[in-house]
Design a protein around this ligand. Structure first.
Ligand SMILES: O=c1ccn([C@H]2C[C@H](O)[C@@H](COP(=O)(O)OP(=O)(O)OP(=O)(O)O)O2)c(=O)[nH]1
Ligand SMILES: [Mg+2]
Length: 147
């Protein structure tokens, strides 16, 4: 696999993101907090990570929920997958939402999300007035049925 260099400034005091296992796709991101915060049911909150990144051109970072937090605590990312642009130089922040019925508490340094680095393409848009015919045509939104 080609080596992709991602430059990171870490102002959090937490350890740097890292792949936990040999072939992991995601690196966990930790909450950069002074004290614990609690999200009430259905409350959303922007949680800082203290991380600032420089991705190579042609790559994005996707921030995604952790399945353990989702199933055990109903915590997910409101905008999943969040998009971190290669030209963004601000702090990476996580939009957490509590979809459970109980308050959920995040401690400083908790792993609240994971980040996947992925290549992307930028398309050239070509305005036209007619599109090619296909078997699907305009069918969508479940038009092929369920079973
Ligand atoms: O979960 C996220 C999503 C985005 N960002 C940062 C990096 C990204 O490059 C920038 C802009 O994100 P996006 O394009 O999704 O937001 P927008 O509402 O379109 O803002 P903008 O007008 O700044 O592009 O915000 C985060 O830190 N966390
Ligand atoms: Mg945008």
């Amino acid at each position: 696999m080609a080596e992709i260099i991602v430059k990171i400034i870490n102002k959090s005091g937490n350890e740097l993101p890292a792949y936990a296992t040999a072939d992991a796709a995601g690196m966990d991101l930790r909450a950069h907090l002074e004290t614990a915060v609690t999200l009430q049911s259905l409350e959303r909150m922007l949680i800082p990570t203290g991380l600032f990144m420089e991705l190579p051109a042609g790559y994005e970072a996707q921030v995604r929920p952790r399945s353990g937090l989702a199933i055990k605590q109903g915590l997910t990312l409101l905008n999943t997958p969040g998009t971190i642009d290669a030209d963004y130089r601000g702090e990476i922040k996580i939009i957490l939402i509590n979809l459970s019925n109980e308050p959920q508490t995040i401690q400083p340094g908790d792993r609240i999300a994971q980040m996947v680095i992925a290549p992307f393409v930028q398309a050239v848009i070509e305005p036209v007035t007619v599109l090619t015919d296909t078997v699907r045509g305009t069918g969508g939104f479940g038009h092929t049925g369920k079973s």
